[in-house]
Design a protein around this ligand. Structure first.
Ligand code: NAD
Length: 382
């Protein structure tokens, strides 16, 4: 009887989420998704009461389990970046369930199985995958790493327009299955695609987070540390604005143990600086191109940086991250563009923005980035 009830609950959960795991996904330890003990779940076709099996001989059913709510993160795109995000999120133990989606089914299944097989060595969450977005149902956080790659000689607007077509389908499916999730956009051009995601999702701005300059800032702090012989965690500084080439290093705020470097070298970050500290930021910009030239893509640092963002949301840490958000109204920006500023991240996504005082040059750089982005955004056909 308890066995029958177990199956019933399992099917109920399956239909409530609209997911038939048997057809749509590979699941590791499905008992954890459904919160039904292995011996009671739908794949246990033979009741131990009528036929003697090894499992029946080994395991005595003790009590029925009710399905309960648990943390779920979904990652769209199981390429280099998506899988680095997945691994980093698992390594930090941030979620009970991880759902992976990709249009390339073979790659997605291969990646999923490969991860699952590491379960003996690390406390793996339940990992499910499918081409169908059903598998993402009831996610707290959804990370978007899928999208079209820039073709040779393709304009940025053309790339964005191709991504809009992909995002239209993707975002509608995510929203349908996880209407209360926080969306972390990683796909490039990240600031524009964060805007596109905001437009398409209809979500309030606090639940749309672009990974933005979180990675640029991490690289900046690492490179400062390299030059000073100090661990990156103790090197404080922020790279804001547009992710990539036109990002803005805020030299006025760079400090070690509260000592502003600008007080020691007033020309820091400018061309007049005899020590040329500005090269640190130039290296930050160049590093993505260098890594791509050497290994074909970047993955580990962006994966770790996304896990850091997800951690602040899932644990309601209220930590500050330089992530891409709707910046209209700040620094005199009038358009609906998304740029990175320090944001307080918690269970509702972005709750507050830190009003960083920028120098006139830095502010002008922000405004210029906003104008460049708007030039592209206003040409987008939704
Ligand atoms: N924001 C950042 O700091 C940052 C850093 C590195 C990379 N990125 C970006 O992340 C993205 C992913 O990079 P990557 O190296 O993993 O690329 P990739 O090509 O290895 O992976 C992309 C994956 O998305 C899948 N995909 C494409 N369209 C899809 C769709 N409609 N539905 C489901 N899946 C789909 C592909 O099959 C592929 O597996 C790129 O846009 C890249 O520029 C951003």
């Amino acid at each position: 009887m308890a066995w029958a009830a177990g199956i019933l609950r399992a099917s109920k959960r399956v239909s409530a989420a609209g997911v038939d795991l048997r057809d749509l996904s590979i699941a590791l330890r499905p008992s954890r998704v459904l919160r039904v003990p292995l011996s009671r779940a739908w794949w246990s076709v033979t009741p131990t009461s009528t036929m003697s099996t090894l499992k029946g001989e080994l395991i005595q059913h003790f009590s029925s389990e009710e399905p309960i709510l648990h943390t779920k993160v979904s990652i769209i795109g199981t390429g280099s970046v998506g899988m680095a995000c997945a691994f980093s999120i698992i390594a930090k133990g941030l979620t009970d369930e991880l759902a992976l989606v990709d249009s390339n089914e073979e790659k997605m299944k291969g990646e999923t199985m490969d991860l699952q097989h590491g379960s003996v060595f690390m406390k793996m969450p339940n990992i499910v995958c499918s081409k169908d977005f059903h598998v993402t149902a009831n996610s707290e956080v959804v990370v978007i790493t899928a999208g079209a790659r820039q073709a040779k000689d393709e304009t940025r607007l053309n790339l964005v327009q191709r991504n809009v077509a992909i995002f239209k389908v993707m975002i509608a499916s995510i929203v349908k299955h996880s209407p209360h999730c926080k969306l972390i956009v990683v796909s490039n051009p990240v600031d524009i695609l964060t805007y596109v995601t905001w437009k398409l999702s209809g979500f309030p701005k606090n639940r749309i987070i672009g990974s933005g300059c979180n990675l640029d800032t991490a690289r900046f702090r690492y490179m400062l540390g390299e030059r000073l012989g100090i661990h990156s965690e103790s090197c404080h500084g922020w790279v804001l604005g547009e992710h990539g080439d036109s990002s803005v290093p805020v030299w006025s705020g760079v400090n070690i143990a509260g000592v502003p470097l600008k007080e020691l070298n007033s020309a820091i970050g400018t061309s007049k600086d005899p020590e040329q500290w500005g090269n640190v930021h130039k290296e930050v910009i160049a590093s993505a191109y260098k890594i791509i030239k050497m290994k074909g893509y970047t993955s580990w640092a962006i994966g770790l940086s996304v896990a850091d963002i997800a951690e602040s949301i899932l644990k309601n840490l209220r930590k500050i991250h330089p992530v891409s958000t709707k910046i209209k109204g700040l620094y005199g920006i009038k358009e609906e563009v998304f740029l990175s500023v320090p944001c307080i991240l918690g269970e509702n996504g972005i709750s507050d923005i830190i009003k960083v005082r920028l120098s006139p040059t830095e502010e002008a750089q922000m405004v210029k980035s906003a104008e460049t982005l708007w030039e592209i955004q206003k040409g987008i056909k939704f």
